[in-house]
Design a protein around this ligand. Structure first.
Ligand code: 5GP
Ligand code: ZN
Length: 115
């Protein structure tokens, strides 16, 4: 996809600090980390978001690699959060499906019902 920053990272046309790569996915450090560990896992192929007919096997692989990234970054024991923003209300800013791996400190907001 022309003019997609994550497609260009996937093809190495834009530099990123790569944590993991295989034939179908790449994981790299977020340029504007929100926590000490903040890595993005993306499919190399362009999909607008997780609802864009992404094959189930690829979704599974991306989540599997997200857990692998957590191990690589050393946050697998302390915990982490996986986030996928979708569209305008989800406040997705890069329109190429990605999963955020966030950890290394406690998340500022707890999801779910209030205590
Ligand atoms: P979104 O808001 O779409 O869920 O998340 C997009 C993420 O991509 C943001 O956390 C942002 O910091 C990150 N990002 C945007 N452009 C670049 C870039 O060129 N390189 C890297 N490494 N991260 C980027
Ligand atoms: Zn793309």
């Amino acid at each position: 996809m022309d003019d997609c920053v994550f497609c260009k990272i996937a093809t190495h046309d834009i530099k990123a600090s790569i944590v993991y790569e295989d034939d179908s996915v790449v994981a790299f450090e977020d340029i504007n980390p929100q926590l000490p560990t903040h890595v993005l896992v993306i499919p190399k192929r362009h999909y607008w978001h997780i609802g864009d007919d992404v094959p189930e096997q690829l979704i599974g692989h991306i989540y599997s690699i997200a857990t692998e990234v957590a191990s690589i970054k050393g946050v697998d024991k302390t915990g982490y959060r996986l986030v996928t923003n979708v569209g305008e209300d989800g406040r997705q800013t890069v329109l190429h499906f990605h999963v955020h791996v966030l950890g290394g400190a406690q998340m500022p907001i707890r999801m779910g019902p209030a205590d």
